[in-house]
Structure formats: C-alpha cells, structure tokens
Design a protein around this ligand. Structure first.
Ligand code: DX5
Ligand code: ZN
Length: 221
C-alpha cells in the first residue's frame, strides 16, 4: 500500500478528475477525504456524494477523516457511500470504543484522530479497537498550514507505545507534510502520510510522488 495518501481538500473541483487520474497513473492506492461540517471546524468541505462519485469512477481505497460534530451519524453515511477506512476525532465522539467497533462491524478500518494538543493517553483504552491512529500535525480545518514540529516527538512516543502494547495499528500523520519533513516523520515512526497542498500545488505530480516515495523508502515494485 502506497504510504502517500493525497488529501483532496485543497483541490479546485474542476480539476479533480484529472488530478485523481494522475494519482491513479502514478501508483497511489488511497485517497484521503477531509470531511468538515462547519461545527467541529470552521470550514465545510464535502459529503458522502463526493465519496460515492470517486468510488464509482476510480479504484482507490477511500480514507474518510471525519472532522464533524456528530461522527456517529456521519460514519453511517460514508460507509453507505463506499468508503473503506473511517477516522474520527477523539475530541468529538461520546462513545469512542462503541463507534470504533461499529465502524469495524460494518467492514471498514477504524481510526482515531488526535489534535496536536490532545494527550496521547486518550488513546490508551481503545488500542484493541482501532486499525490506525491519525496524529494531526496541524490544527484541523484548513489545508496549506505549517507543520507543527512537536509532532515528530509525538510520533516516536506513540510508535514505542503501540509496540509496547502489541498493537498493530498504523500511524498516520496529516497536515503540512512536504518533501522537507517527510523523511524525518518516517524515521520517527509514521507509516502513512496525508498530503494535500504539497501534491496539489506540485508542478509535476509524477515527480512529486516519486520524491515522496524516495523519502519514505517505498517502491511500487
Ligand atoms: C486539516 C486537513 C489537512 C489536509 C492536508 O484539517 O486534514 O491537513 O488533510 O493538508 P496540507 O497537506 O495542505 O497541509
Ligand atoms: Zn485530514
């Protein structure tokens, strides 16, 4: 699985099909869908209908990042729309364990998201119920923000904690990732990399994906 997960938040929707076709032609396996409802975060992005359109047109795995006030309700709609992975913010759910188990029971991978200022300890009770952890390296709500350097420490602490607990959960990072910090994130222990602006603003998508793959020591063959 290609560790580069392009986020389509920052794209001009009139160019979306071309961009997604370029990703498909350059070895991308998963697309990250940033779902924003204007309550948990200021912005409103897009809903299940876009997820369904992408899943019917392309063969990508779809990873929905729910930045919404009611993840219980939203998760059901995105599962119906055909997404494969669903992550939601620990800051928003009332019954975190219950929702993780429900997402899994509906056949999706379940992920828990922590904001940059949410202590890693919040994850501890749920390690057995999750398939991946998303550590935000920006505060959620907008693409194009600067990477928060303290994320590197959080990644290495969490990586050690997951190993100590015998968890096989993958460690995903999202926000401000670019060719200048991807290698350090990988060294710190990150497995999956959500990349928006650095990809969508790239002059040549094929070269930029290749550059990230080299930095992440990942090859398609
Ligand atoms: C923030 C979003 C962004 C997006 C990636 O709420 O989750 O982090 O996915 O954006 P870039 O790569 O543009 O920082
Ligand atoms: Zn995201």
């Amino acid at each position: 699985m290609n560790p580069v997960f392009p986020s389509i938040l920052s794209t001009n929707f009139f160019n979306l099909e071309d961009k997604l076709s370029a990703f498909a032609a350059n070895g991308i396996d998963f697309i990250h869908l940033d779902i924003m409802d204007g309550h948990f975060v200021d912005q409103i992005s897009f809903g299940p209908s876009l997820a369904r359109a992408v899943s019917e047109r392309f063969r990508f795995g779809l990873d929905a990042h729910l930045m919404v006030g009611n993840p219980e309700k939203a998760a059901a709609h995105f599962i119906q729309a055909g997404v494969d992975w669903i992550s939601f913010h620990a800051e928003t759910a009332t019954d975190i364990g219950g929702l993780l188990r429900r997402i899994r029971a509906d056949g999706c991978r379940a992920g828990l998201v922590l904001n940059p200022d949410t202590p890693l300890e919040r994850l501890r009770p749920y390690l057995a119920d999750l398939d991946y952890v998303l550590l935000m390296s920006v505060f959620p709500g907008y693409g194009g923000q600067s990477f928060i350097p303290a994320t590197l420490d959080r990644v290495s602490v969490l990586k050690k904690e997951l190993a100590a607990q015998g968890s096989s959960a993958l460690l995903q990072v999202d926000g401000g990732i670019h060719p200048g910090n991807a290698a350090r994130l990988k060294e710190a222990g990150a497995d999956l990399f959500v990349i928006g602006t650095a990809l969508f603003n790239a002059g040549d998508i094929a070269d930029t994906i290749k550059e990230f793959e080299n930095q992440l020591h990942w090859s398609r063959s």
